[in-house]
Design a protein around this ligand. Structure first.
Ligand SMILES: [Mn+2]
Length: 176
């Protein structure tokens, strides 16, 4: 099944087949999240959307009113999942739109795009209900691994700062 067809399915409230979902995660990760800059330069007009929290019907209504990408450009501010009952469909819908219309869909990470938070607020349990055990962990990790590049970059930056600090300390000692 193509991503275009999957988009129509998810719009009807049917979550993606596991293998197609994993493929989507892989492609998103490869094409965007490891290459996108940490600072996004965006053009107006752009519609900002925050805190969908698994409310698929609200997201669909929002697109009905505001127009689907690529007709309208969107910046999603994170917190796609948890609390609502359709977190899986919500994140899949947004990721499908991202892969199909990359220039019209930008995403940043909210505090609910995190494994520990998801284990408490519903996303983790929702995936376990919707996908067989053989897939659930992979899908859970897949749907969020793309956000990890930001964390890795931050860690790398911290490490560099630490090294610089050590170097300065070393220099100041050796100059005395
Ligand atoms: Mn929130």
């Amino acid at each position: 099944m193509s991503f275009q067809k999957a988009l129509e399915e998810v719009k009807q409230g049917r979550f993606m087949e596991p293998l197609l979902c994993l493929d989507l995660c892989r492609q998103i990760r490869k094409q965007y999240f490891f290459q996108d800059s940490n600072i996004l330069t965006l053009k107006t007009p752009i519609t900002l959307v925050g805190d969908i929290h698994g409310q698929l019907n609200d997201l669909l209504e929002l697109f009905e009113i505001g127009g689907y990408p690529p007709q309208t450009n969107y910046l999603f501010l994170g917190d796609y999942v948890d609390r609502g009952k359709f977190s899986v469909e919500t994140i899949q819908l947004i990721l499908l739109l991202k892969i199909l219309y990359p220039k019209s869909v930008q995403m940043i990470r909210g505090n609910h795009e995190s494994e520990t938070v998801n284990r408490v607020y519903g996303f983790y349990d929702e995936i376990k209900v919707k996908y067989a055990p053989a897939f659930s962990t992979q899908i859970f990790k897949g749907l969020f691994l793309f956000f990890i590049s930001t964390i890795l970059l931050l860690l790398l930056l911290l490490l560099l700062l630490l090294l610089l600090l050590l170097l300065l300390l070393f220099l100041s000692y050796s100059l005395q």
